[in-house]
Design a protein around this ligand. Sequence first.
Ligand SMILES: Cc1cc2nc3c(=O)[nH]c(=O)nc-3n(C[C@H](O)[C@H](O)[C@H](O)COP(=O)(O)OP(=O)(O)OC[C@H]3O[C@@H](n4cnc5c(N)ncnc54)[C@H](O)[C@@H]3O)c2cc1C
Length: 350
Amino acid sequence: MAGLVAAAWARELGSQVVVFEKGDRAGGSMLLSSGVVWRHRTLDEFRADCPGGEPQLQRPIVEELDPGLDWLESLGAVVTERETGNERTMGRRFDPSRLTAALVRAAADVRLGQPFAEADVLATGGFGVRLARERGLLLRASPWSEGDGLAYALARGADLSAGMDEFYGRNLPAAVPEECFVAAAQVYGVLALVLDEEGREFFPGRPSWSETDLVQATARLPTRAAWYVVDGRTLRRRVRERTVAEIVAVARAVGGDVRPAEELPFELPRSPKLVEPPLLAIRVLPAVTHTTGGLRIDEHARVLRPDGSAIPGLHAAGADAGGIVTGGYGSGLAAALVFGRRAAESALGG
Ligand SMILES: Cc1cc2nc3c(=O)[nH]c(=O)nc-3n(C[C@H](O)[C@H](O)[C@H](O)COP(=O)(O)OP(=O)(O)OC[C@H]3O[C@@H](n4cnc5c(N)ncnc54)[C@H](O)[C@@H]3O)c2cc1C
């Protein structure tokens, strides 16, 4: 997303530009995403949700996303919904494959299967693949984001942002193929009794609406797995457009461990969440979508050194840039759009 945006915007500003793409297809995780490019309604709400993020990086997302969305539409990207379905946020939902196609068309020179050697704008999608491998987590993203942009910039003296151990992800019932990344996400942790594999409640309080905190807490468990236990009433409840029962049915269909709660290998704690039979238990495994820590940038997407000075000619956008949503969750597509455009402007000396 960020690399194609930067290239398309640089071309619109009159520059020649090449996108080097390591993978055998364009679009990265954007192509696999739900395509909802969104922002918090106000900077204060963004700050409340992501208190560790840098305000000077959060402000442009709140202020510049809407013109960015109009620009995407002007390129021919197709909007499928003009609401996010979440009262806390605003934005538009794009058809991911047509969004990718529109950006590739506008970027013009996209060279597949070619990792970058030198770059003005780093946009390699963070280091989620490496993080997932090192921490024994599932990957819920395109398979090429190993952290090449990060390594390149560190070798040139770059500093790191806060939150290097944080990631955005979802709890999945099993390792699933790419086409199931969205449908298989078990996104009702807030309604479930959440237990570790010994039957203990490990998450203090209520998960945030995005459940990113719950996923990260699951990833810190020694077995990196948890049980979501739900009752008959919860199974009928809706999470966005689906009922919990429908989401659990996907877990079962993809080979997840879904069983009557009485078959759990421990005694179930008493809970006001478990009232009406049947009680079902779903085993979930944390999956990394992308890292949210990364290179430290300024508001012009320039990569910074530890002393706060900018490394000449080096920019980062998308998940390569960290410190925007630290401590919480924000739209990765929105950050890629806003800072992809800012990186292009800055790289062209604007
Ligand atoms: C299932 C799923 C659902 C999602 N839903 C949403 C959503 O609804 N809303 C939202 O805001 N976000 C969503 N996301 C997250 C969103 O896709 C990412 O935040 C966004 O794509 C990040 O943009 P990026 O440019 O940093 O990375 P990407 O879009 O992944 O692009 C990075 C690119 O860099 C390439 N690359 C890696 N290394 C190199 C190298 N050495 N040389 C050249 N190229 C390289 C990769 O192949 C990839 O094409 C979702 C993600 C997934 C997987």
